[in-house]
Design a protein around this ligand. Sequence first.
Ligand SMILES: O=C1O[C@H](COP(=O)(O)O)[C@@H](O)[C@H](O)[C@H]1O
Length: 319
Amino acid sequence: MSTSMSVSVSAAASSSLPPLLARRRSPPASLAPVRSLRSRSRLLSSARTTPVLLPAAAMAAPAPAASSKRDLLIFDAEENLAVALAKYTADLSAKFATERGAFTVVLSGGSLIYALRKLTEAPYLETVDWSKWHVFWVDERVVPKDHEDSNYKLALDGFLSKVPIPAGQVYAINDALSAEGAAEDYETILKQLVKNGVLAMSKTTGFPRFDLQLLGMGPDGHIASLFPGHPLVKENTKWVTHILDSPKPPPQRITFTFPVINSSAYVAMVVTGAGKAGAVQKAISDKKTSDLLPVEMAILDDGEFTWFTDKEAVSMLQN
Ligand SMILES: O=C1O[C@H](COP(=O)(O)O)[C@@H](O)[C@H](O)[C@H]1O
């Protein structure tokens, strides 16, 4: 596995660019000018960097996942992030619908759902082939589906109720089961979808390979319901597991395990706001310590991992 990292900063967000340059290149929503630094090591030794101006939409466009690749996209405003995330997702939808006849999309809860809002508008509402979508959750709280804490309800209200995905292709957890039962049931559903060809399998890891996982990260660096220091981060056999003592309420949840997250073809890690700057800084840093945050354990086996951030979320990176 080889890994590369490229960083794209919208001009208006880059404090190192002259104000005039930033003003002149003030981004129209879908073609925000960016400064592209080809690798993380070049970013850290900035004397060797050669700024290149590229359209953000081009940087966000999907490329074949020949090897593991990491990109950091930094937007000057959450609004522009949402525009680019919609295009990125729609492009991948078209790619996988053509290549596989299905598009398996994993949602998280939290702030991610609001960031998907542009997909429910023109042109995507009409141009995306929603009939190819199969929707899953990377984690879910073990509560009734109409409960305020339900990630399903959050997605239904903010996204799924606004787009024509066939109801039978939206895989909510069985909320009549215990946490353990719901996790087992969800894994059984995934295995059935592998058998009927909807869900791909990774040839190298032996775990399911989702086309796109749309993930968020908590201020503590947790992703899905995999929390810092919790033994579940080491689960390496199950596809879906359960937690009864989540440090973030509600305590009972089910979650994909790291082998499933890391077998994805594409991951978009959508992180905004100053409250997450510390975890972003640790995750992006080259200096790795033994106390890895869950977000640092998201390392794709063979895929493309793209950070979608705003300037607040990366505000500690220069330090
Ligand atoms: O509890 C959860 O938190 C994370 C992060 O949420 P955010 O609101 O800080 O973005 C979320 O990704 C996960 O799905 C959810 O269950």
